[in-house]
Design a protein. Structure first.
Lengths: 487, 132, 330
């Protein structure tokens, strides 16, 4: 008799999903499925919309990382209209994108992830949340987290309307600029963000790495995964967020391929499984090899850990120092410990903060030259950014009026879909043993996906409508009695 | 395959059939509504007509330059151009809304116009209600 | 000590932006959690659905529900919340009106399935697999929620007490709404907890609206022009949904030199904001004897997408109620 455990809904992430764990008669985990249960339809219902409206609509894909979609859309419009943004526009976009990286990585770390570490993976369910975290670290620190998030979101709001739904990016430019008198506040936010980033890393080292049980958890075999890795890198092969080339490394760390985002279709393919709405990205040239890790996989991971593994360093000095400590501590390259993603995330936030410290001091920041009006409709455009949750691609095609005829999206978490399934399965095998399963152990299974900071509204922008189904009825002996189809 | 198209007709009281009995205007349409100027029509009236079962709508308006309210007829024409796009997006063919500009105080041409509209609706078939 | 009132914050077919707006209460959030006991908030807390099921009818003071209803699980959770909560507040444009994904109501289901899982240029799917409501696996069944054939606003599925519109609503509006509930200082049931006038009334650019409002020539698209940061968009020939949209957002888009797209939904008394705007726009367009109305109308590249960006599910043509029958997969 198989025992079935359902975790529904999965919590402390963006989106809707569940985990099904099946145990055999001995109480061992036979298999575990991470199922994404939601769908949207953006790629389809955006057809017929004017392309420039995508910077208004695409942010609705996800309210936690809307700035990522907004920026990918804006860059896709640049390509669609064959236009380069003005230097000031580029600075403003980067400023906003870095501010977004900072606040988004911190909302993940403090609100979604920290409860498992600072309150504890086995702590009572009702305490495992931001309030529990504030209870442990104190209201003062809680207020600092709130404050640094607010101030970075103020930058998003100022440049692109609203923080949970930025909009208005234009091909070749941005809708508004910054006045010189606004620079001082921006400098304060940037400088305080660097200080906070260093504090957050110290907190992690003290409260997480400094606690033996938590450090052991991070380094445990239960939370490791070996696959390819993908991220954007700049011309110095350093971690990049706003723009770069797509670089992929193999499980052994060697460079596998490096390509311009507009060639993504040659390298990235999506696979469909009937039990989940998310499509699984994999390396096209290797072909689909199923959900497995190791040297023979075609799966790859993205986002913080992948970024640090893929690049040869960070683009800013303080982050670079942390990068070196990171790999020294973990003792391997590429690092395979999935929970180390939380640490890598904090290092990425530091780089974003350091970059903004430079940007806010750039004399061109407050120029009025915010629009390049030399638009030339190319009818196709691909925009790519390194979103907080990984490499994100928007691909638009239009008719000769600039009305969309096709939209294709490769969304950050999709790149991780295969890895997340494997990570969940592995954690289930390590921690779940029937027939009595403590709630804290189910939480440890959820911790496997939380490290990836998944965004499921993003990942399932697709929408199938009514689903055809197959039902197989089996008799007591297991023989198929009847098969019902509805197509 | 016979179906009886449900036709809604809006006609301007100032230009159409005002010398006739209202009852005579009603034959040939499932619903016939005289209005104080075609400009009185709001997009909402047309959308509701389709939502509530119409297969087509005929609007009888006054000639250009002869609107009793200056340019009510013209405003409705502009509205119609916009509305046709919305209707198309819902699978409602543009031909299902027609606006005719003339004046006919006796209303003698009305039965013919209604018949012609009904014929074109018959050719189009019943309204596809998938998106409604 | 009196027990703190219970609240549930839940998302259906949502993007998470309304939850972020709640967190944007910033320090105000700390005050809220002092005053209430949050019993469900999947983005931030670990309570599962069974925790919600265990409550008695009407035991929870208020449910803040974001997202439209797109699948059977959304409908189920909406009904569960309706039973367990004394008040249900539709939070955000998706819950209030259906939201931007409501535009999917204009595409046949089969086409969508095909496009996403078979025809997308990056998809490799030799067997033409499509996600299934039920997938057999070693004698077990893996299930996914059944997809409804339509996007529904929340009040087309359950009775809604109050509405807080916006994409997302500004945090102040959410905070005021929650405060009104807790102090029992609420307007009549069915009210929208936002101002009652159109955006134009509060728009910082309304002084540049001419006495005789006319748009001459073609409608201009936002990327084709360098919009003047102080002039009424419509007066400049740029499409802005302000006249047909309720105010209350703080005009954040307008102040960022970006025209309104209608996320606060219709003004009171108007059921279909799109049709209201069609009539207004038609009246505004000054074509004259030399202009060609058809060409000018055609310069609006996507009427249905502008008019019903957030509101298709509550529009005249699009509105439906979710009945048990429409949930069955025949």
């Amino acid at each position: 008799m198989t025992q079935r455990i359902t975790i529904n809904p999965i919590t402390r992430l963006e989106g809707h999903g569940k985990i099904e764990i099946f145990l055999d008669e001995q109480g061992e985990v036979k298999d575990a499925f991470w199922q994404v249960v939601e769908l949207r339809g953006f790629e389809k219902f955006c057809v017929g919309r004017p392309a420039e409206e995508m910077t208004r609509i695409a942010p609705n894909i996800c309210g936690v990382c809307p700035s990522a979609h907004h920026m990918a859309a804006t860059k896709a419009l640049d390509a669609l209209y064959g236009v380069t943004p003005t230097p000031t526009a580029r600075l403003l976009r980067e400023l906003e994108f870095n501010a977004f990286m900072i606040e988004d990585h911190y909302i993940h770390f403090f609100f979604l992830a920290a409860p498992d570490f600072i309150v504890g993976p086995d702590a009572p369910l009702a305490e495992r949340n931001i309030l529990g975290v504030i209870g442990r670290v104190g209201k003062e620190i809680g207020k600092q987290v709130i404050d640094i998030r607010k101030r970075n979101r103020d930058i998003i709001r100022h440049l692109f309307t609203k923080a949970p739904h930025p909009e208005g990016g234009l091909p070749g430019g941005v809708p508004r600029g910054i006045a010189e008198e606004e620079r001082r506040d921006l400098m304060a936010t940037a400088d305080d963000s660097v200080a906070f980033a260093l504090f957050a890393l110290d907190l992690f080292k003290k409260e997480v790495l400094g606690q033996k049980a938590l450090k052991d958890l991070i380094l445990s075999e239960a939370y490791t995964l070996r696959t390819y890795a993908m991220a954007l890198v700049d011309e110095d092969d350093h971690v990049a967020f706003y723009d770069g080339m797509v670089k992929v490394i193999a499980p052994d760390g060697k460079e596998f391929v490096r390509f311009h985002p507009e060639d993504y279709l040659d390298h990235i393919a999506e696979w469909v499984e009937p039990w989940t709405y998310i499509k699984f990205c994999y390396l096209k040239q290797l072909g689909w090899k199923g959900l497995k890790e190791g040297d023979d996989t075609s799966l790859y991971q993205v986002a913080p850990l992948a970024r640090l593994n893929v690049a040869s360093g960070m683009a800013t000095p303080l982050a670079q120092k942390e990068y070196e400590i990171f790999f020294e501590t973990l003792g391997e390259r590429p690092a395979t410990h999935t929970l180390a993603m939380h640490w890598a995330r904090l290092i990425c936030a530091l780089q974003a903060a350091e970059r903004n410290q430079i940007i806010v001091r750039d004399p061109l920041l407050t120029s009025r030259d915010t629009r390049n009006m030399n638009l030339r409709l190319m009818r196709k455009g691909v925009g790519c950014v390194e979103a907080p949750r990984g490499t994100l691609i928007h691909h638009y095609e239009t008719d000769d009026r600039g009305i969309l005829t096709r939209v294709n999206l490769i969304v950050a978490t999709q790149n991780n879909a295969g890895a997340i399934c494997l990570a969940v399965k592995k954690a289930a095998r390590a921690f779940v043993r029937g027939p009595e399963v403590k709630e804290g152990f189910l939480n440890r299974v959820e911790m496997a996906f939380r490290a990836y900071d998944p965004c499921l509204a993003c990942a399932t922008h697709a929408l199938p409508g009514r689903i055809p189904f197959v039902v197989t009825l089996r008799g007591p002996s297991g023989d198929v009695v009847r098969t019902l189809r509805h197509d | 395959m016979g179906y009886e198209p449900k036709l809604v007709c809006f006609s301007c009281k100032f230009g159409w059939g005002y010398l006739k009995d209202p009852g005579d205007l009603e034959a040939g349409a499932s619903l016939s509504t005289p209005v104080e100027c075609s400009g009185r029509l709001d997009a909402l009236h047309l959308l509701r007509a389709f939502k509530e079962g119409a297969d087509g709508v005929l609007i009888l308006a006054c000639e250009e330059g002869h609107c009793h309210f200056q340019e009510g007829n013209f405003r409705t024409l502009k509205m119609l151009y916009l509305l046709q796009d919305v209707l198309s997006a819902h699978g409602i063919e543009k031909e299902r809304v027609r606006m005719e500009f003339s004046r006919d105080p006796e209303g003698t041409s009305i039965p013919d116009r209604l018949a012609r509209m009904r014929a074109s609706l018959s050719a189009l078939g019943p309204l596809n209600r998938t998106f409604l | 000590m009196a027990e703190k009132p219970k609240i549930a914050i839940c998302w259906l077919g949502a993007c998470g932006g309304c939850d972020e707006a709640v967190v944007d209460l910033n320090e105000g959030l700390l005050d809220v959690v002092e005053a209430v006991s949050i019993e469900l908030w999947p983005v931030a807390m670990d309570f599962k659905y069974d925790h919600l099921v265990a409550f008695e009818t009407d035991e929870i003071a208020v449910g803040l529900v974001s997202g439209h209803v797109r699948n059977s699980e959304h409908a189920e959770v909406a009904r569960l919340l309706r039973d367990r909560c004394r008040l249900i507040i539709a939070l955000g444009a998706c819950a209030c009106f259906g939201g931007t994904p409501g535009l999917a109501n204009l595409v046949p289901r089969e086409e969508i399935l095909d496009a996403i899982y078979r025809k997308a240029p990056s998809v490799v799917n030799p067997e033409g697999t499509i996600p299934q409501a039920e997938t057999p696996w070693e004698g077990e069944t893996l299930r996914l929620p059944a997809f409804l054939d339509h996007v529904y606003a929340l009040n087309q599925v359950v009775d809604v007490d109050y509405y807080i519109p916006g994409c997302p609503p500004p945090p102040e509006l959410i905070q005021n709404g929650v405060r009104a509930v807790l102090t029992e200082d609420l307007p009549p049931k069915g009210s929208t907890l936002a101002p009652r006038t159109a955006l134009c009334e509060t728009c910082p650019r309304n002084k540049t609206k001419p006495m005789r409002f006319e748009i001459h020539g073609a409608i201009r698209r936002i990327h084709e022009v360098e919009a003047d940061p102080e002039t009424c968009f419509l007066a400049d020939g740029i499409l802005c949904m302000g006249p047909a949209t309720r105010t209350g957002c703080g005009e954040t888009c307008i102040r960022t030199n970006t025209p309104c797209r209608g996320c606060f939904g219709p003004v009171p008394g108007v059921a279909d904001p799109g049709s209201r705007f069609i009539s207004s726009l038609a009246a505004l367009l000054k074509v004259g004897t030399t202009g060609d109305p058809k060409a000018i109308m055609a310069s609006i590249g996507d009427p249905v997408g502008y008019l019903y960006r957030f509101t298709h599910p509550i529009s005249t043509l699009g509105a439906r109620r979710l009945t048990e029958a429409s949930e069955e997969t025949p």
